[in-house]
Ligand binder design. Structure first.
Ligand code: ATP
Ligand code: MG
Length: 496
C-alpha cells in the first residue's frame, strides 16, 4: 500500500492544497492588519473583523458610540469606546502640584480638639464651676461650665479627649455626679491632712472615667494644686517614643527623654502661675544650666530645651515640686489608660528581652506613688483611670481591682480569687494595686440623666421634649444610663 493511499496518513496530514490555502489566508490577514495599524486602527478590532461570521447588519449606518446599538454591534470580546492600555497611572493629570501634609500635620489634625460650637445655643442660667462647687452635694445633678482659664490649663494637660462630645456645645460643661462629689471630697480630705489619696477610677466602656479624671484635674487647678497629668499611658509603653537606659540603676531602668520633654512643656503651661511664684530650694549641680537657689521654678523648667538632658531637668523639677514645706501646694499626679502600664511593654533590652512597663522610669515614678511606696509630702492625690477602649487583656489588674472593690464593699461579699488554670498573672501589678481605693463608675441615675438631657435640649442639639418618658427611653437605650451610650442614642446624628 503506497503512502499516498494510506487512509490514516491522509486523515492526519494536512493536504498540500489546504496548507497552501491557509498560508495564503494568513498572509492576507497579516497584510490587512498592517494596513489597519498604518491607519491607526486597533489590531484587535481588525483581527476580530476578519474572523466575524455574523452578518453585518446596518453596515452603512454607523451607530453612535456608547449607545445600545453600538454595544450590540460590537464583537463580544471588545468593550466599545475603551482600549485597554498598560501604562503607569499618572498621579496628577491636571499638572497642579498638590501639597503633601507637613510632618506631624496629620497627627495634629487627628488630635485636634474643638471645644466650642457657635451654632449651639447658649444655655441660659449656666454658671461656672467654683473652687467648692464639686464638694457641694446640692450640686449633684447639675451641669456647670468650666471657667475659661481652667479650660486653657486642661487643654495643656491634654485632659480633653477626641472621643468626647465637646465640639457640640457652646461652652465646655460637665455634669456633677454623685461619684464626682465622692471623689472630690476624698481629694480634699487627703490634702487637708497632708496625706496622699491613691485611687483608681474603673468601670465599663464609656461610663465617664476619663471625664471623672478631668473633673479631678479641674478641681486641682481651681484650688491651685500642682498638676502632672499623663494623658494617655499608651504613648509610654507601645514603643512609639525613644528610650535609653539610665546609668547606675539596678535592675536597669529606662528614660524616655522625648516624652519627658513634652511633659515638662505641658507642666509649664498648665501650672504657669504657680511655677512663676515658687522658687527653688535645692542646688542642681548636675544640670546643663546653672540654676541658683531661689530662682523661680519656671526658670528650671525652661532649662529643658532639648530631649537630651530632659530627664535630669524633670527629676530636678520633681524634687522641687515635692519639697516638703517651703509653701509648696498639694499635688495631683494623674494618668489615663492604666491598663497600658500594667503589663510588659513593647520595648526590648539590648539582649532583646522584653522590658516590663514598671522598668520605664516615668512609669515607675507613677506606680511607686500609686502603690504607696512613695508619698507626696505636701499631700494630694494620685489618680489613675482605666480604659476599656483599645485596652490590652490584663487579668492581674482586673482581679486586683475586683478584690479591692469587694473589700471596700465589705459586708460578706466574696473577695474574688485568681483562677488556678489561668496564665498571665503578674506579681508586680498585684503589688502596685494591693492597697488602692477604687471608684467603679456605672450608669447615671435617672435624675442625673434628666439633667444632662435638659442641658442637651437647651443647647439645641437634642430636639425632643425632655420628660419622664423620653428620659426613661434614652436611659434604657443607654444600657441603664451609661453616659457615653446615652450620648450615642441621642446625639449620634448630630456628631460631626
Ligand atoms: P473609655 O472606656 O473608652 O476610656 P470613658 O469611661 O473614659 O471611656 P469618657 O470618655 O469619660 O468615657 O466619657 C464618655 C462620654 O460621656 C464622653 O462623650 C463624655 O463627654 C460623656 N460624659 C461622661 N461623663 C460626663 C459628665 N459627667 N458630664 C458630661 N458628659 C459626660
Ligand atoms: Mg477613657
Amino acid at each position: 500500500m503506497s503512502a499516498s493511499n494510506c487512509l490514516r496518513c491522509c486523515l492526519l496530514r494536512p493536504s498540500v492544497v489546504g496548507r497552501a490555502g491557509a498560508t495564503a489566508a494568513t498572509a492576507k490577514a497579516s497584510a490587512a492588519a498592517t494596513a489597519r495599524l498604518r491607519q491607526g486602527m486597533p489590531l484587535a478590532a481588525a483581527a476580530a473583523a476578519s474572523f466575524s461570521t455574523t452578518a453585518n447588519r446596518g453596515a452603512n449606518q454607523k451607530p453612535k458610540p456608547g449607545t445600545k446599538a453600538a454595544e450590540r454591534n460590537a464583537p463580544p470580546s471588545i468593550r466599545q469606546g475603551k482600549l485597554f492600555t498598560i501604562k503607569k497611572k499618572k498621579k496628577n493629570d491636571s499638572g497642579a502640584r498638590v501639597k503633601s501634609p507637613l510632618p506631624g500635620e496629620r497627627k495634629a489634625f487627628r488630635k485636634r480638639i474643638l471645644l466650642s460650637n457657635t451654632n449651639a445655643l447658649p444655655v441660659p442660667g449656666l454658671t461656672d464651676l467654683g473652687a467648692e462647687s464639686m464638694l457641694d452635694p446640692s450640686n449633684v445633678c447639675k451641669v456647670l461650665s468650666l471657667p475659661d482659664d481652667v479650660v486653657d490649663q486642661l487643654r495643656a494637660d491634654e485632659a480633653f479627649k477626641t472621643t468626647q462630645c465637646w465640639s457640640m456645645f457652646r461652652k465646655p460643661s460637665i455634669l456633677i455626679r454623685t461619684e464626682t462629689v465622692d471623689l472630690i471630697t476624698r481629694m480634699h480630705a487627703a490634702a487637708k491632712t497632708n496625706k496622699t489619696l491613691r485611687l483608681v477610677l474603673t468601670g465599663d466602656r464609656v461610663t465617664g472615667k476619663s471625664l471623672m479624671l478631668l473633673q479631678a484635674i479641674t478641681q486641682a487647678h481651681l484650688n491651685d494644686w500642682l498638676v502632672v497629668n499623663i494623658p494617655d499611658a499608651q504613648e509610654l509603653t507601645t514603643a512609639c517614643t525613644e528610650y535609653a537606659p539610665i546609668l547606675d540603676t539596678e535592675p536597669i531602668q529606662y528614660m524616655q527623654q522625648n516624652y519627658v520633654l513634652k511633659l515638662i512643656q505641658a507642666i509649664k503651661k498648665s501650672n504657669e502661675k504657680l511655677l512663676l511664684k515658687l522658687t527653688t530650694v535645692f542646688s542642681h549641680a548636675g544640670l546643663p544650666q546653672n540654676i541658683p537657689i531661689k530662682s523661680p521654678l519656671m526658670q528650671l523648667a525652661n532649662s529643658a530645651k532639648e530631649a537630651e538632658g530632659a530627664w535630669a531637668v524633670f527629676q530636678a523639677m520633681w524634687q522641687e515640686m515635692t519639697a516638703q514645706g517651703h509653701g509648696r501646694p498639694p499635688m495631683l499626679l494623674s494618668l489615663d489608660g492604666l491598663t497600658h502600664i500594667m503589663r510588659i511593654s513593647d520595648y526590648r533590652t539590648p539582649a532583646f528581652n522584653p522590658i516590663h512597663s514598671h522598668d520605664l522610669a516615668l512609669v515607675r515614678l507613677f506606680t511607686d506613688h500609686l502603690s504607696g511606696a512613695t508619698s507626696l509630702p505636701n499631700g494630694g492625690a494620685v489618680i489613675a483611670a482605666t480604659n476599656r477602649n483599645n485596652a490590652p487583656r490584663n487579668p492581674s489588674m482586673e482581679l486586683a481591682l475586683a478584690q479591692r472593690e469587694a473589700e471596700q464593699l465589705g459586708g460578706g461579699k466574696d473577695v474574688p480569687q485568681p483562677q488556678p488554670y489561668l496564665k498571665g498573672y503578674d506579681e508586680r501589678v498585684e503589688a502596685v494595686l494591693r492597697n488602692v481605693q477604687v471608684i467603679k463608675l456605672q450608669g447615671l441615675s435617672k435624675l442625673e440623666a434628666r439633667a444632662l438631657m435638659e442641658y442637651w435640649a437647651a443647647s439645641g442639639v437634642l430636639r425632643i421634649t425632655v420628660d419622664e418618658k423620653s428620659v426613661t427611653e434614652k436611659w434604657a437605650l443607654g444600657g441603664s444610663g451609661v453616659v457615653g451610650e446615652m450620648e450615642r442614642a441621642s446625639l449620634l446624628t448630630m456628631r460631626f
